[in-house]
Design a protein around this ligand. Structure first.
Ligand SMILES: [Zn+2]
Length: 130
């Protein structure tokens, strides 16, 4: 069977909804204790590539984990200024799904070209980064 572009999109949307309906925690102590959750974040260099990744947010063992901390650590690692575009509740499966969905824009690892379709997707999906 040949999949049309529309049915492929519908399939991806259905899968994203299934993943969204799933759990947003992992088996680490922080998540098991209900104190932390996983979010998928989108951040980018100003006028540069977009990074799609996951991180924990919440508090565990007297340490608070925030997306802002993750942004700063990516900044330090890459040596580039980073801007947070937004986050969605997530899981590793959701991150993998997004990496597949935008695979045609991938440059290396978790980095993607800032094409309008990706930026539009982020703007319409995320809670915003500000
Ligand atoms: Zn966890």
């Amino acid at each position: 069977m040949v999949l049309t572009e529309q049915s492929r999109t519908q399939r991806l949307e259905r899968r994203a909804r299934r993943i969204d309906a799933g759990k947003t925690t992992c088996r680490c102590m922080g998540c098991r204790g209900g104190h932390m959750e996983i979010v998928v974040y989108f951040m980018r260099e100003p006028d540069g590539p977009v990074k799609i990744g996951i991180t924990h947010v919440g508090a565990y063992d007297a340490t608070v984990f925030t997306v802002e901390q993750r942004r700063r650590s990516v900044e330090r690692a890459s040596g580039r200024r980073m801007v947070l575009l937004g986050t969605v509740p997530g899981s590793r499966a959701r991150e993998t799904d997004l990496h597949r969905r935008f695979a045609h824009l991938r440059t290396v690892g978790e980095w993607f070209r800032p094409a309008p379709e990706l930026l539009d997707y982020i703007a319409s999906t995320t809670a915003g980064g500000h």
